[in-house]
Ligand binder design. Structure first.
Ligand code: NAD
Length: 486
């Protein structure tokens, strides 16, 4: 049996299709970013495996769709129970696979994975109201019906969290699922399949196809038997998927990249501003929501910069399994090359590297130093494109209006963070900010009931609460006439 063993847990690295492990002739290497070592090999799927997984999900759909929401919720809670009982194992696997902090997985991410299942299971039972209203004497009954096979494609920066935030509402809606996990962090998806199976999730209701995007992901998006595609990842991949989905008119939910601003107004509490700015380095900058553009109002810029750089110098970078570590490694050497390329080109174009700017060689090959770039020219790529590493830029502005123009000045609109001591001023500022989520004097506070998604190139659609059901379910209106009854 092809397995990868992490912290004493054997993870079967074959696909999970129709309630069975399925191997491919070919495999791909899974490398740990902690030390660049080979964890092992994972089945490398293609069109045959993708088609088999969609067929299995399609076959399982009628029975799953006809269960009551309560019956589905009972099964999903059992799956959640089993996940909860294995938080330590899942945390270890994810940390070794994608390099995120072990303590964050134990205390934050994996408990959230459990919540992703419980919350949407309960929502479908308790909160998904089915409005009935009368029009010209006729009764309209609105229902959220299951829609079919949902394909879920996820990136490597928070694989199981991002997957279950879709698996929860999709399964609670009565859809069946095919998950394509990221090739740089494929393992928790495989282990999740095992845990869900042990908890009684019927065969075919949830399937996993491992492999590269163009080989295993693309055929999933081209399959006419798919009813929904939920994609989280980069803008270029979203464009490819949108074209494929258009062929069969498959509705897509896209959660994409960002270049979000952290705006610090001159009445801000400086301690809070520095804390929030430092938080943007979390997960070694590999957070779609990160407010990587620090926009600081003139007047406090010098004071802020001095304190900020002092704090950045104190960030503890190191092994993500260590309780004291604040920033771990970056995912892959290819990705680090990309991050280094952005920094080098910014330097060549005349920007100042105020801190960091390279890999921390004392820690090996995968640990890019927290980096701050100043004085970049307004149109330069470092101020407009997503780096997805521990690289922040800093710009200053005069009036609030000028700050707003800078904040809205990219093609992205995923999130924004605003720091101000004056509520009315903050409200005036946020009113014209274009972003799916704005945090004022806080960062990363995310409730499952809140709408989440991106504006402009950061995405299409919203998920969370009822918005998730609006996407995964097929909203139906049945009109009953007042007459014709015996
Ligand atoms: P990516 O677009 O390269 O890959 C994402 C997933 O898509 C992977 O599983 C990959 O295998 C698959 N894929 C690639 N090509 C495909 C194709 N042609 N057809 C189908 N699937 C394909 O992104 P990445 O580098 O893995 O992730 C980083 C990106 O994800 C960043 O842009 C980041 O901002 C974004 N992200 C967004 C959110 C959000 O909620 N908005 C959350 C996390 C990450």
């Amino acid at each position: 049996m092809p397995t990868i063993t992490i912290a004493g847990v054997d993870v079967d690295t074959r696909h999970w299709i129709g309630g069975q492990r399925v191997a491919s002739a070919e495999t791909f290497d899974d490398i740990s970013p902690i030390d660049g070592s080979l964890l092992g090999r994972v089945s490398r799927g293609g069109r045959a495996e993708a088609d088999a997984a969609v067929a299995a999900a399609k076959a399982a759909f009628p029975a799953w769709a006809r269960l009551t929401p309560l019956a589905r919720a009972e099964i999903l809670h059992r799956v959640a129970d089993n996940i909860e009982a294995h938080i330590e194992e899942l945390s270890q696997i994810e940390t070794h696979d994608n390099g995120s902090l072990l303590r964050s997985h134990r205390r934050g991410v994996m408990p959230r994975v459990v919540m992703n299942l419980r919350y949407f299971a309960d929502y479908a039972v308790e909160k998904l109201t089915h409005p009935v209203f009368e029009t010209r004497g006729h009764d309209n009954h609105v229902t959220w019906d299951p829609s079919g096979v949902a394909v879920i494609i996820t990136p490597w920066n928070a694989p199981l969290m991002l997957a279950t935030w879709r698996i929860g509402p999709a399964l609670a809606s009565g859809d069946t699922v095919v998950l394509k996990p990221p090739e740089w962090a494929p393992l928790t998806a495989s282990y999740f399949a095992q845990l869900a199976h042990e908890a009684g999730l019927p065969a075919g209701v949830f399937n996993v196809v491992q492999g590269y995007g163009a080989e295993a992901g693309a055929p999933l998006t081209e399959n006419p038997d798919v009813a929904r595609i939920c994609f989280t990842g980069s803008v270029p991949t979203a464009k490819v998927i949108a074209r494929a989905a258009a062929e069969n008119l498959i509705p897509c939910s896209f959660e994409l990249g960002g270049k979000s601003p952290t705006v610090i107004l001159d009445d801000a509490d400086l301690d809070l501003a520095v804390d929030l700015a430092v938080e943007q380095y979390d997960n070694a900058g590999q957070v779609c929501l990160a407010g990587t553009r620090l926009l600081v109002q003139e007047g406090i810029a010098d004071a802020f910069t001095a304190r900020f750089i002092e704090r950045v110098a104190q960030i503890r970078q190191g092994d993500p399994r260590d309780e004291e570590t604040q920033i771990g490694p970056n995912i892959h050497l290819k990705h680090i090359e990309r991050v280094q390329g952005f920094v080098d080109r910014a330097r060549s174009a005349g920007a100042t590297i105020a801190y960091g700017g390279e890999v921390n060689a004392d820690l090996g090959t995968h640990y890019f130093r927290p980096t701050l770039i100043r004085d970049a020219s307004p149109e330069s790529e470092i101020l407009t494109q997503e780096v997805f590493g521990p690289v922040l830029t800093m710009q200053t502005f005069g009036t609030d209006e000028e700050g707003l123009v800078l904040a809205n000045g990219t093609e992205f609109g995923l999130a924004a963070c605003v720091v101000s001591g004056n509520r009315e001023r903050a409200e005036a500022f946020t009113q014209f900010l274009v972003a799916g989520t704005i945090w004022v004097n806080c960062f990363f506070v995310r409730d499952l009931s809140a709408p989440f998604g991106g504006s402009k190139k950061s995405g299409i659609g919203r998920e969370g609460g009822v918005w998730s059901f609006d996407f995964y379910a097929d909203v139906k209106n049945t009109v009953y006439a007042p007459s014709g009854w015996k």
